[in-house]
Design a protein. Structure first.
Length: 78
């Protein structure tokens, strides 16, 4: 969930695509043939527990970058 309590939702077609990619990853890299349910559980774990951290870090990085650029902009004052 995001900090405001909203769960990250994906369209059905995108979920199916990612579940397929998870299954392929496990088959190629771990020689494990996951079923759709196991891959969906992994996807939900990442969406619920990991994605918000990545999202928040992206926001922080963007804020830091823009803050630096605004400080640079103020240096152009005459």
């Amino acid at each position: 969930m995001t900090e405001d309590g909203n769960k990250i939702e994906l369209p059905k077609e995108k979920r199916r695509e990612i579940i397929g990619r998870i299954r392929t990853f496990f088959l190629v890299n771990r020689d494990e043939d996951l079923g759709d349910l196991a891959a969906e559980i992994i996807l939900d774990f990442f969406l619920d527990d990991i994605a918000p951290e990545i999202y928040n870090q992206g926001l922080q990085d963007s804020y830091d970058y823009l803050s630096d650029k605004l400080i640079d902009l103020l240096g152009l004052k005459k």
